[in-house]
Ligand binder design. Structure first.
Ligand SMILES: [Zn+2]
Length: 198
């Protein structure tokens, strides 16, 4: 496997260790509940901070801010998946798949089995990139305007919560499946981990 980022076929001697379907069933519910909880926690911090500034917050007074927020959210969802895609493409040159379900947006590289390092980079990239974008944005918005601050905080909250599935898979790869030989098949919504049987 030295130097290889993926296998086209599951090699001999591997067994399926875990399957996570973020699109349907148990995991879809868990990841979405976590996403809502994270958003609530972020707002529970942001709203008092806005109140401390002693400005009234009424988002209905600022339709432009709302429109910018909604457009930013849609662009974010697309860019998040594109960042997954860029990493998978750069590391494997294989065919990608993109999609949107009610429960999740997704990007996968369905026809191959990527090694742990490739999987880890691709899974974590949007979390790292957009946390580095949204945190400064929230700080800037705090000093700019309370409405933008709240909306930027919602964006940050949706991002952090929306990464729950990515972060769980990253956690598994970092701490539970530490062997370099661990393989992951990522169809987008469904991520399946394979380990060597020995
Ligand atoms: Zn993601």
């Amino acid at each position: 496997m030295e130097g290889k980022t993926f296998e086209s076929k599951l090699p001999e001697g591997y067994k399926k260790a875990l399957e996570i379907d973020a699109g349907t069933g148990k995991w879809a519910v868990i990841f979405n509940v976590i996403a809502i909880v994270v958003l609530v926690v972020v707002l529970a911090i942001a709203i008092p901070l806005a109140v401390i500034k002693n400005e009234s917050v009424n988002i209905y007074q600022s339709p432009l801010a709302l429109i910018i927020f909604l457009v930013s959210m849609l662009i974010y969802i697309v860019l998040h998946e594109i960042v997954h895609g860029i990493c998978y493409k750069a590391l494997t040159k294989q065919k990608l798949t993109f999609g949107l379900k009610l429960t999740c947006a997704y990007c996968g590289v369905p026809n191959i089995f990527t090694y742990r390092k490739t999987a880890l980079i691709s899974v974590l990239a949007p979390f790292v990139v957009f946390t580095l974008v949204f945190l400064p944005l929230v700080v800037w918005a705090y000093y700019f305007d309370s409405i933008y601050f709240i909306l930027a905080s919602i964006l940050l909250g949706l991002h952090l919560g929306g990464c729950s599935g990515d972060l769980y898979v990253a956690y598994l790869l970092l701490f539970k499946f530490k062997a370099k030989t661990t393989l992951m098949n990522d169809t987008g919504p469904v991520m399946t981990l394979y380990i060597r049987e020995d």
